[in-house]
Design a protein around this ligand. Structure first.
Ligand SMILES: [Zn+2]
Length: 440
């Protein structure tokens, strides 16, 4: 199972070319057109003797699945990534986002981080398992799916619903985590083990219409303004779970942050503001008023207006809890009607499981000072579809972040997304160490 350094260099070159080619296939969602990405992966896999299935959930929304059979003595593992990418604002890029340009040892392009690099790393692990003739005790499944960036309806959600037997495994490794951040005590690797749920609401406020020249007390815009004021200055009670606790511990942040009375003070003292917003969102249900609509003419008092609120709920809550909380907040102050625009349930995977423990060990074997820390994604990934089926899923595409973490995060869905070939190899090697141990 020992792969020589020389061989790893060859793997790096091969993976670099594969990633460049994969980036050149424009899978911007919408429309996605993931079928072209799926065909590309299929052709690479079939050349080495894999049996692949491509499924279209809708025309051109391709999803690919292949399975390497094991003896069944060990648990099985799914390696999944998504084929689609978010749109790129071409004028703002130094190199064209779909050029897959190799500049020095850096590969440029949309998807270089989110998440075509993981797709290629997982593909390489599959190829290596076959080339090295690893005797698998547990099945290893590779899947690349459509539509993650728009919620997964034509991708993971569809595959889990329609092709579950093909994709079913005991564990899942997905995107959404794996960043290795250099801190005073060494590298800290983030593993995504939980996701918040989504609850988007449209609130409608009604009032008495009239002429703007004769204001009265029943103006719906004024009611909405009251509601916005209350919602935006509200912070929901803190709920500590094991993920946020380990996260705060890992970054050496004062645990008084969990104290209802001291929390805001400690959050304010955190220098990195993004980090503070993030921790806040990991321990609270949140409400963000983001869209207002109402009024047509300056001299007309409208009869109704709307406010859209983006609410995110912690694991342990039903999404509907957001509405209960909101109703309590606005009770006796302002009346409104509600329409639910979108919802998804929060999800989490155990922090004690053979796979999580192996991730920890692998990072530790790489560097004894490095540490794995779980985190809660305050947005969403495809992992939730598997967790809903009771399958532990972990977001872990390991990378070494060089430079400020904020700059790295800005590239994901931003301009000038890129990855170094060394980092691509790091991802492949680390995943190889995990998969080859877990499944053989
Ligand atoms: Zn992604």
């Amino acid at each position: 199972m020992n792969i020589t350094d020389r061989k790893w260099e060859e793997v790096k070159e091969e993976a670099t070319e594969l990633l460049r080619e994969y980036i050149r296939i424009d899978t911007t969602n919408p429309p996605g057109n993931e079928i072209e990405g799926a065909k590309f992966l299929k052709q690479v896999l079939e050349k080495e003797g894999f049996d692949c299935n491509i499924f279209e959930s809708e025309k051109d929304r391709g999803n690919i699945i292949t399975r390497l059979k094991g003896t069944g003595e060990n648990p099985s593992l799914l390696l999944i990534s998504h084929i689609d990418v978010v749109p790129a604002d071409e004028d703002k890029w130094e190199y064209h986002p779909f050029s897959g340009e190799l500049v020095g040892n850096t590969i440029w392009g949309r998807g270089a981080l989110d998440c075509k690099s993981l797709g290629i790393a997982e593909l390489m692990v599959m190829l290596l398992l076959k080339r090295e003739r690893i005797r698998l005790k547990g099945d290893v499944v590779l899947a690349a799916t459509a539509d993650e960036e728009a919620g997964g309806k034509y991708g993971a959600e569809w595959v889990v619903k329609e092709k579950f037997p093909l994709i079913k495994t005991d564990y899942v490794i997905n995107e959404g985590g794996g960043d290795g951040i250099l801190t005073d005590k060494g590298y800290v690797f983030l593993c995504q083990t939980a996701e918040k749920g989504i609850y988007w609401m449209r609130l409608k406020f009604k009032g008495r219409p009239g002429h703007g020249s004769m204001p009265h007390e029943d103006n719906c815009i004024a009611k909405m303004a009251k509601a916005i004021n209350i919602i935006s200055s509200y912070s929901s009670p803190i709920k500590v779970n094991d993920v946020v606790e380990k996260f705060v511990e890992g970054f050496n942040i004062d645990k008084k942050i969990f104290d209802q009375n001291l929390s805001n003070q400690i959050l304010k003292s955190i220098e990195d503001k993004k980090m503070a917003y993030w921790i806040n969102a990991m321990m609270r249900n949140t409400f963000s008023p983001n869209i207002v609509k109402g009024g047509k003419k300056t001299n007309v008092i409208p009869s109704e207006c709307y406010l859209e609120v983006d609410s995110r709920v912690l694991p342990g809550y039903e999404p509907e809890y957001a509405l209960e909380e909101l109703r309590k907040l606005l009770k006796d102050i302002v009346e409104f009607e509600v329409e639910i625009i979108q919802k998804s349930i929060p999800s989490q995977s155990p922090l004690e499981s053979p796979l999580y423990e192996l991730l920890e060990k692998t990072i530790n074997d790489w560097n004894s000072k490095a540490e794995l820390i779980p985190f809660m994604q305050v947005g969403g990934t495809d992992s939730r579809f598997f967790r809903e089926k009771g399958i532990p899923a972990y977001g872990f595409g390991p990378l070494l972040i060089d430079g400020p973490y904020g700059e790295h995060l800005a590239m994901v869905h931003g301009h000038n997304e890129k990855i170094s070939t060394d980092n691509l190899l790091f991802m492949i090697k680390t995943l190889w160490n995990i998969v080859s141990k877990f499944c053989s």
